[in-house]
Write a protein that binds this ligand. Structure first.
Ligand code: IMP
Length: 205
């Protein structure tokens, strides 16, 4: 199967924007699905969820399909929000939070509440990618270590970016320009890993 055109199995426009930018820098032609598919991300790991999404979109569109499942892992919270990152505000762990302006804002409010007075602020962003070719494919992952800030800073990016400060930086992820985020982010690393894995022919079957 020709591996120049890749469909993105995501309904998150911000995530799609990052993946498109990263893939286009390797001359892939990126397609956005015409219709979103309701996918039940019932898996217990990022890899399983990425596989479920990639497979669901592949079944419908029958072309090489790339899914990203990602999230924020906070050490002091035993790994939460983890695979529950996107809807953490409504998860039972730590109590629910009302959505006032956006889900991202509610997620951030909840996380900051749970981190009040917590000294160990270490966390990491994790991204797992699955590129499905149907019966076979490729997968990769990337991580970005950092700390949870006391309050949000910046307006770039999405999700938990305003409260995450990457290791070795004095800025939040939401204060970085897109290309600066790509250079250090979990998603940037995962895509660069994927490109190497494809080139080496080391897929799954
Ligand atoms: P998914 O669509 O289930 O993979 O949801 C991932 C969730 O993790 C997003 O909705 C965000 O809350 C969070 N997340 C993943 N990647 C990032 C990122 O690059 N910046 C900030 N938050 C992220």
């Amino acid at each position: 199967m020709e591996l120049r055109r890749i469909l993105l199995a995501t309904s998150n426009p911000k995530k799609a924007e990052e993946m498109k930018r990263l893939l286009e820098s390797y001359s892939f032609q990126v397609e956005i699905p015409k219709e979103e598919i309701e996918v039940q991300e019932g898996g217990s790991s990022f890899l399983e969820n990425a596989f479920i999404k990639a497979q669901a979109y592949y079944e419908k569109y029958r072309m090489p399909t790339l899914a990203d499942d990602s999230g924020l892992v906070v050490y002091a919270l035993g790994g939460y929000p983890g695979v529950f990152s996107s809807r953490f505000y409504e998860h039972e762990y730590g109590g629910k939070e009302e959505v006032k302006t956006s889900k991202d804002e509610a997620n951030i409010r909840k996380l900051l509440r749970l981190m009040e007075g917590v000294k160990d602020r270490r966390a990491k962003f994790v991204a797992f990618l699955v590129l499905s070719l149907g019966d076979a494919g490729y997968w990769s992952m990337g991580e970005c270590e950092g700390i949870i800030l006391e309050e949000p800073k910046g307006s770039e990016g999405f999700g938990y970016d305003p409260i995450f400060q990457p290791e070795g930086m004095q800025k939040s992820m939401a204060q970085l320009k897109p290309e600066e985020k790509d250079a250090i982010s979990h998603r940037g690393k995962a895509i660069r890993n994927l490109v190497k894995i494809i080139a080496g022919g080391r897929g799954y079957e």
